[in-house]
Design a protein around this ligand. Structure first.
Ligand code: SAH
Length: 345
């Protein structure tokens, strides 16, 4: 029967209204139910105490509330970073990480079960792609973490497992849901979306004018190197990627953030820094340098600290805004996707 039930937490306010109308319920019920689902973030209809028993039964019969179970939880003793492995009703696993910054808590969430982008340095892609996540499965990572921690998380980064723009429609629905003032009410100014560079979808996203921050995983200054690590670059060459980023920045007036994981001997030379600076010249952007997270499946090694800072200096010298990302939760390190991968084995 479950298969025919409505995934109620994936419905927009308007869709929820239409669904409740079908059940012959008055309009004010929409606000009540939406509030229970997205503001109070309950996990069962019985918790909706201002609904009649009959109505609760009716909802239970027709719909379900997506709820994640904590399969594993790791807490860093160094900085309090919390890593969750959630299990979903169909047995799928997904990972989310909560980090604490000066401005408050931020959660890194997944958008797909597995990933099909195939980046050679990334653990998320090694076990392959299973399926897209639904809007409710994406948003429930935030709600489940908030329930567990007993506090509000004000920032979201779509940087967990999966390629958000490969699951475009569900991710967009999630963004509308999470920012709905009648629900979770989290401003999209506090959301970053990271992509490996699906050029056509970046154009589409720019037109949505959502006000979120776009992060682009660049990791190389040219196609020769990028083709070795990121198969997406065979489809969308770096020149087209940079062009669409320029269009995005112009259309939205938002600064693009470029992710650049430094891999010793591969993409971390001065010549690479110069070439990168050349490409980004004149653009509203920021480069985030990250020592590559060494995963078991590859032989890639982190660049030395001195090399990382030399690379940064070189970019700064060319007038490119660049920072080295602080690594959080090193004691529970497990790069993105590693927890899920261990569990699958
Ligand atoms: N698919 C999206 C978002 C998920 S990955 C994307 O590609 O952007 C989030 C970020 O982590 C991306 O910048 C990705 O390239 C980076 N990443 C993946 N594996 C990494 C590793 N081993 N070391 C450092 N960064 C890594």
């Amino acid at each position: 029967m479950t298969a025919q039930k409505i995934d109620i937490k994936s419905l927009s306010f308007e869709e929820l209204g239409a669904f409740l109308h079908e059940l012959s319920l008055p309009r004010f019920r929409t606000s009540q139910v939406f509030d229970w689902l997205h503001q109070k973030q309950v996990t069962s209809f019985t918790e909706m105490t201002n609904l009649s028993k009959k109505l609760i039964e009716q909802l239970d019969e027709r719909a379900y509330i997506t709820t994640h179970t904590i399969q594993r939880k790791l807490v860093s003793k160094i900085d309090g970073t919390v890593k969750y492995l959630f299990s979903l009703p169909d047995g799928s696993l997904c990972e989310s990480v909560v980090m604490t910054y000066q401005h408050g808590k931020s959660i890194c969430i997944s958008t797909q079960i597995g990933c099909r982008m195939g980046c050679s340095f990334c653990a998320s892609t090694k076990a392959g792609f299973v399926r897209h996540m639904t809007p409710s499965e994406i948003i429930e990572q935030l709600y489940a973490a908030q329930r567990d921690l007993g506090e509000r998380i004000g920032h979201i980064v779509l940087m967990g497992i999966g390629e958000p723009l490969d699951n475009y429609d569900n991710v967009l629905k999630f963004l509308h849901l999470v920012s709905d003032e009648r629900g979770a009410n989290l401003s999209l100014r506090h959301v970053s979306l990271s992509t490996c560079g699906l050029v056509d979808r970046i154009d589409k996203l720019a037109d949505e004018q959502l006000g979120l921050t776009l992060s682009v995983s660049l990791h190389a200054p040219n196609d020769r190197i990028r083709n070795q690590t990121m198969p997406i670059s065979l489809k969308w060459p770096i020149e087209e990627l940079i062009d669409v980023c320029k269009r995005y920045a112009e259309k939205t007036s938002r600064r693009i953030s470029f992710e650049y994981a430094l891999i010793a001997g591969l993409n971390d030379s001065d010549a690479c820094a110069d070439e990168l600076a050349q490409r980004l010249r004149g653009m509203l952007c920021h480069v985030n340098l990250i020592p590559v997270n060494e995963i078991r499946e590859t032989t890639y090694r982190k660049s030395q600290k001195e090399r990382i800072y030399a690379f940064q200096q070189r970019l700064l010298h060319h007038g490119i805004n660049a920072t080295v990302r602080r690594t959080l939760g090193v004691d529970i390190s497990a790069a993105c996707g590693q927890l899920r991968r261990e569990q699958l084995k």
